[in-house]
Design a protein around this ligand. Structure first.
Ligand code: PMP
Ligand code: GLN
Length: 383
């Protein structure tokens, strides 16, 4: 007898990242789809993990995270965003940003609550909102600038709005926030019960000398915000799945009630290693923007003579390419065709939208060594 299960996520399938990476691997393509580097974390950081593995850091870490790592995160936040946060009460180390997002949404959202997100939106947000009985209100970011239309935000707020979820620097478009955006956001949420969740995993990958506008920069916003980030992007270590969530102490207390029963604590040797590395090499995250800007420029220069249209991205390690002059295929069809015909895998960004996107874009990850970028670009230019 087959017992029938009522799906909690009837509209959800396997993520586009798993799907495209599998297809790419099956067909031996160059995988510029799922966002991960094809190079390793710094030698010194890997050596530190080995050191801590071999020197007794193999039992449960504290539930909130290794104290030295939390202290280093607090020092970084003070240095970059000018905010002093409590090491004990306002930082929780999480199982990647993914867990931080999951727990923050669980902490805030109850049945019937509304959450505003911006499409294209990273694919993990809506399912977690749904799991909590929340309703997702989608506001599109319009091409070609993909900036927030704040009037639409104002118009979308209702008495049920409980959370606005932001992700800047933005995956997949690379849009960034300006200080004026933060000022407008303050005006909109002031005197409301709306919390903010800011996914800032690309905080260090922002180009052309522009400073990242963390919601932590702004005192009034920080009072109602969960900021989530990840070491995966910063140290070329997406497979370690270590991130963190920063929130005011009364929010962090509730966040930890859920975190402790979801995972309890995070892989200990890597937490100790990250703490040492942050202390020893603070220049690493400060140099990351320059590192990826060179890759962006290389990739874009190589594609100048291609038939794709694009504007070099302002941030992240993703470049959108507009293929509207090449074919009328949907982005999913065209992404599959590119894997089959030229062996280059990308992400169809319709996966990040509620409604079918009006444009024809594919997303390419340029966190790759030069030879890989050159080969991929040469294949794309051959179209
Ligand atoms: N948010 C965004 C916008 C992402 O691109 C990603 C994936 N890298 C995550 C969250 C998840 O991060 P992590 O791998 O640390 O869970
Ligand atoms: N953040 C990565 C991307 O956008 C993928 C993360 C994942 O595979 N879950 O490609």
């Amino acid at each position: 007898m087959t017992i029938q299960l009522t799906s909690k996520l009837p509209h959800v399938g396997t993520t586009i990242f798993s799907t495209m990476t599998k297809l790419s691997n099956d067909l031996g393509a160059i995988n510029l789809s799922q966002g991960f580097p094809n190079f390793d974390p710094p030698d010194a950081l890997r050596a530190l993990v080995t050191y801590h593995l071999n020197n007794g850091k193999n039992q449960y870490a504290p539930m909130a995270g290794v104290p030295k790592l939390r202290a280093q995160i607090a020092a970084k936040v003070a240095d970059l965003y000018g905010r002093n946060i409590s090491v004990d009460d306002e930082i929780t180390v999480t199982n990647g940003a993914t867990e931080g997002l999951f727990v923050a949404i669980n902490t805030v959202i109850n049945l019937g609550d509304e959450v505003i997100i911006f499409d294209p939106a990273f694919d993990s947000y809506q399912p977690v909102i749904e799991l909590n009985g929340g309703r997702t209100i989608h506001i599109p970011l319009d091409a070609p600038n993909f900036a927030i239309d704040w009037q639409r935000v104002r118009d979308s707020i209702s008495p049920k709005t409980r959370l606005i979820l932001l992700n800047f620097p933005h995956n997949p478009t690379g849009t960034i926030l300006t200080p004026a955006d933060l000022e407008t956001l303050v005006e909109i949420v002031r005197d409301t019960n709306i919390f903010l969740l800011s996914d800032e995993v690309y905080e260090h990958i922002i180009f052309d000398g522009i400073a990242h506008q963390s919601l932590l920069c702004h005192a009034e916003l920080a009072e109602r915000t969960f900021v989530v980030s990840s070491f995966g992007k910063t140290y070329h270590a997406t497979g370690w799945k270590i991130g963190y969530c920063i929130a005011p102490s009364h929010l962090t207390a509730e966040f930890r009630k859920i975190h402790q029963f979801l995972v309890y604590s995070i892989f200990s040797p890597a937490q100790h290693a990250l703490a040492d590395f942050l202390e020893q090499s603070p220049e690493t995250h400060k140099n990351l923007a320059q590192f990826y800007q060179q890759k962006r420029d290389r990739f874009c220069n190589l594609l100048t003579d291609s038939r794709f249209k694009f504007t070099p991205t302002q941030s992240t390690f993703f470049q959108l390419l507009d293929y509207s002059t090449l074919t009328d295929l949907t982005d999913i069809e065209y992404a599959r065709q590119l894997i089959q015909d030229i062996g280059v895998a990308s992400i169809p960004i319709s996966a990040f939208y509620k409604e079918k996107p009006p444009q024809h874009y594919l997303r390419f990850c340029f966190a790759k060594d030069d030879a890989t970028l050159a080969e991929a670009a040469s294949r794309l230019c051959g179209i």
